[in-house]
Design a protein around this ligand. Structure first.
Ligand code: DGJ
Length: 715
């Protein structure tokens, strides 16, 4: 709920559990000091420094974190937005050139546009709020227009601010590194500012653009939670600030480090979308709301509601060391086992034998792919399999023909040494000519053979950010223009090739964000394919991203990242949660593992509809107890549920575990598929629990890294 305080300042009144009232002015405490002076106009600063504001500006006596700051023609930074009016429109307008959630027939929505103005600065701002009522979701974005005579520079233009009338909150964030992305961290808010951000040019391995603020007592299943997710794939910031009066201001948007945007007369800037989810029943409900929204109102394309082909990717099987014969060998064996698609990963182009060459030269490496790409794809197709291919379209290697011809196409600052990372540079995607060139190369490849899947990778962050095509006063726009360029190319690709399944990837999961989900219905979760490490990674990712979008594969052992040996069955059960596939040399794995593949595939096919459309419940939590994990997928109509359990470490002399299931109908009766005669009420299964050992007819689960699945069906 919003109001125009004093008729001028757009104030935040309330956000939380639904209430029927239209006005709640009492809770604003306008008669309390230090608001009082404002009414007689003596002390605007103390008024503004305590007033909960919807879109706070810098420089007018509100000393908390601003969302808008400018560099005006006279060199000053102050801006002061006052309320001008509002409009309500049906539906949800698209964000030009950027990803955003959309309305569908099943989830109609209305959009509120509140207009603010700063007359001296010549600025007008529209704040957009769309309520997806059935889902307890509000999305936010902002458009800032220069309606004055002079140029104005935005030096900060965040997307949303939410004020909380308390500091009694925990902040949950998803942090990590390469191969251990999105670990859940929770801390109590304290006075001052607590920030997560990225200034790497992508959303990053280190901090995900997700934050949840919740009551201290909130847990998986109870308590009030507010989730925020930024629909953007570049630099971001998300910050909670506890103020002097023990209130909390939360802001989210494009990172203002090295950000500046020139608004000439009549120009505008669009701040990307923030998705806000409210839950009155803990983190689990928050996650399920995000999952529902993203599955139906963000992910697009032919694969949106479809099971994805079971793929085998040759990266961990061969790395750069492959040729046509090797790939066909893998495909031949894979096709016999029921695998549906071969994905040729890095190393098929230019003269790439290691990661130090050829990016940008998107033509076939004939020495490796003897007979050409079409020959390989045709052979794979003849085996009854689809074919997919890897690209890293945003990058260029110093030894490439592309770089030699166009060194100025790399992001760099003239006169400065350019930092090398993974032996490659980043292309200047703010330039249309660069994007057009890369796209024309990709198109040639895509049109040359029957390619049905692309893995779009991105393996380095930005340094020395400068563009040879931008004037000095627009250089700081490059970070954002780059992201817009990436979106532009992905939009072209997915429009021109609607049948191609696009999977995003960034050195594992460094760009697992909702911006990318708008273009690709799945994202490679992490380069760490170890089943046990994946328990944490997938748990953290599920905080706001649907499991059906998580790229997850069964790989070989000892695991290439951590050296761990886990049973093949456990690897399959953990990958089952995601898109599912294989990342190994199927011609060389032990025969017993090979023999298990058809069964795993059958299991995946059976349960994938539940994973894609059901409700996800986290039961175990490896961040709190790393000896076990468990989770469920429950059909929306509660007619069936998949329960998965992993005993991570066997323990001596412990009582076997009773686990309380979640999400079932308490009044219905269920049986486990293998024991139709044993019926138990949903209430018993949820409130008393199931004994995991008894269910599998064993005294106790024995051994490390063992997994089990149970399928409960309504009687
Ligand atoms: C990083 C990805 O995450 C891997 O899966 C693989 O595609 C390599 N890049 C290839 O260079």
């Amino acid at each position: 709920m919003l109001m125009a305080a004093d008729g001028e300042y757009l104030a935040h009144v309330y956000y939380g559990k639904k209430i029927p009232d239209e006005a709640l002015v009492g809770i604003m405490r306008f008669d309390e000091s230090p608001f009082t002076p404002a009414t007689n106009n003596r002390d605007r600063a103390s008024y503004l420094d305590t007033l909960p504001l919807e879109y706070p500006c810098f420089g007018i006596g509100d000393y908390r974190e601003p969302v808008l700051r400018i560099h005006a023609a006279d060199g000053t930074s102050t801006c002061d937005l006052r309320y001008k009016g509002y409009k309500i429109t049906e539906g949800k307008p698209a964000l030009e050139g950027m990803p955003a959630t959309f309305a569908t027939e099943k989830s109609p929505c209305n959009t509120l546009e509140v207009i603010l103005e700063d007359k001296p600065a010549g600025l007008e701002v529209s704040l957009f709020y769309t309520a997806f009522e059935q889902l307890d979701v509000i999305t936010r974005s902002a458009v800032i227009r220069n309606v004055g005579e002079k140029d104005v520079f935005l030096t900060r233009a965040l997307s949303a601010c939410v004020e909380f009338d308390t500091h009694e909150l925990d902040m949950i964030t998803l942090n990590g590194s390469w191969a251990r992305e999105r670990a859940v961290e929770r801390c109590r808010l304290h006075h001052a500012k607590q920030l997560v951000d990225s200034c790497k040019g992508e959303s990053s391995h280190q901090n995900n653009p997700f934050v949840a603020l919740c009551e201290h007592k909130a847990d998986e299943d109870s308590g009030e939670v507010f989730g925020f997710n930024f629909v953007y794939s570049g630099n971001f910031m998300a910050q909670a600030e506890v103020t002097q009066h023990k209130k909390t201001r939360f802001v989210m948007g494009i990172n203002s480090i090295d950000f500046s945007w020139k608004l000439g007369r009549g120009e505008h800037f669009t701040a990307p979308e923030v998705v806000m989810v409210h839950s009155d029943a803990g983190l689990g409900k928050m996650s399920r709301t995000f999952h529902d929204l993203y599955r139906s109102n963000l992910i697009r394309g032919e694969y949106k509601d479809k099971r994805r082909p079971i793929l085998i990717n040759n990266w961990e099987a061969t790395y750069f060391n492959f040729n046509t014969e090797k790939l066909i060998d893998i495909a031949r064996e894979a096709s016999k086992l029921g695998i549906e698609m071969l994905v040729m990963d890095d190393g098929w182009f230019g003269h790439r034998d290691s990661d130090n060459s050829s990016l940008g030269d998107w033509f076939v490496y004939e020495k490796k792919l003897e007979g050409g790409l079409k020959h390989l794809v045709d052979e794979v197709n003849k085996l009854g399999m689809k074919f997919g291919i890897w690209f890293e379209p945003e990058m260029v290697s110093p030894d490439s023909e592309l770089y030699k011809a166009h060194p100025d196409w790399a992001i760099r600052i003239k006169g400065r040494e350019l930092t090398m990372s993974r032996e490659q540079y980043v292309l200047d995607y703010s330039r249309k000519d660069v994007r057009d060139y890369v796209y024309s190369m990709m198109k040639k490849i895509l049109d040359s053979a029957n390619i049905e899947y692309i893995k779009w990778d991105m393996n380095r962050q930005h340094t020395e950010v400068g563009s040879s095509a931008l004037p000095a006063d627009r250089q700081k726009e490059l970070w954002h223009r780059y992201v817009l360029g990436v979106y532009d190319l992905m939009e072209r690709l997915t429009t021109d090739y609607p049948h191609i399944l696009l999977e995003n990837c960034s050195g594992g999961g460094a760009r697992f964000d909702p911006g990318m989900l708008y273009y690709s219905p799945q994202i490679w979760c992490s380069d760490d394919t170890d089943a046990i490490e994946r328990l944490k990674i997938q748990h953290g990712t599920s905080m706001c991203y649907p499991c059906s979008a998580m790229g997850a594969h069964v790989s070989d052992c000892p695991n290439h990242t951590v050296g761990r040996n886990t049973p093949f069955a456990t690897r399959g059960d953990v990958a089952l949660v995601g898109t599912f596939g294989y990342e190994l040399d199927v011609t060389r794995i032990p025969q017993q593992d090979r023999d298990a593949i058809p069964g795993q595939i059958e299991k995946f096919k059976k349960f994938n509809p539940l994973v894609r459309t059901g409700d996800h419940y986290r039961i175990g939590n490896m961040f709190e107890d790393n000896t076990w994990d468990a989770w469920m997928f429950v059909a929306k109509d509660k007619s069936e549920a998949l329960f998965e359990f992993v005993q991570v470490l066997g323990r001596p002399n412990e009582r076997s575990r009773n686990i309380k299931l979640k999400g079932l109908d308490p009044d219905a009766y269920y049986y486990e598929e293998s024991k139709p005669e044993e019926k138990l009420s949903g209430a018993a299964l949820m409130y008393a629990g199931v004994n995991v050992a008894k269910m599998w007819n064993v005294d106790g689960l024995y051994g490390d890294f063992v997994s089990k699945t149970l399928h409960f069906v309504k009687a």
